[in-house]
Ligand binder design. Structure first.
Ligand SMILES: Cc1cc2nc3c(=O)[nH]c(=O)nc-3n(C[C@H](O)[C@H](O)[C@H](O)COP(=O)(O)O)c2cc1C
Length: 190
């Protein structure tokens, strides 16, 4: 089950923007993050939710998409995420935030995949721009933006080729291909 879910949980960047995602769904996803591990159990992460077109439009311009696809600058209007979860670190609780945000993000993305949704973890963020746009108080560090929506693209996992190139690419039919390193290349036998 977990293997299937992990395989299904691909980074998706084009969506049916008109298929709305409600606050309850986002709360269910954040609930998975809430139950996830946290260094020293400090639980310093907080979450801002966005699921309405007006607020979504404030967030979108501050994100950078698929850096390896040089002639694609992110999803067009109509293919943008229907919802966003902004992962914040509460500096009044602790700093740094260890790797809590990565674990939380993966819990949320797996939960989204289980619901038949797709999403992507975004770390390339114009953080100051986003802070201003959403009036995020200074005590919160903007760590990640998670985008969520009904997937409108096919993502194919493949084994890395002989060149060793890890760059993802898109074929003529618009399918997104993601090369993964081989198992024997990532396990170090001493
Ligand atoms: C910490 C982190 C930051 C990421 N930041 C971005 C980003 O800013 N923009 C983007 O389009 N994808 C981003 N991604 C998605 C990766 O590009 C994606 O995970 C990778 O291409 C492998 O694809 P897969 O998730 O389908 O396995 C990020 C992923 C992680 C884990």
């Amino acid at each position: 089950m977990i293997e299937e879910l992990v395989k299904k949980n691909r980074s998706c960047r084009r969506f049916f923007q008109n298929i709305a995602i409600g606050r309850d769904t986002l709360r269910e996803l954040v609930e998975l993050a809430r139950l996830s591990p946290s260094g020293a159990n400090l639980q310093p992460l907080k979450y801002m939710l966005s699921y309405e077109p007006k607020k979504n439009a404030l967030i979108f311009p501050h994100l950078a998409w698929a850096g390896y696809l040089k002639d694609w600058h992110g999803p067009a209007e109509g293919e943008r995420p229907a919802a966003y979860i902004i992962v914040l670190g509460d500096a009044d609780i602790s700093r740094p935030f260890e790797c809590d945000q990565g674990i939380a993000a993966q819990s949320i993305m797996l939960g989204a995949a289980e619901k038949g949704l797709g999403g992507c973890i975004l770390g390339s963020i114009d953080r100051e721009g986003l802070r201003k746009a959403l009036e995020v108080p200074k005590r919160y560090e903007i760590l990640l933006v998670l985008v969520v929506g009904k997937p409108k693209e096919e993502v194919v996992l493949e084994e890395i080729g002989p060149s060793g190139d890890i760059k993802y690419w898109r074929d003529g039919e618009g399918r997104h291909h993601v090369p993964k390193r081989k198992l024997e290349d990532i396990i170090i036998d001493s």
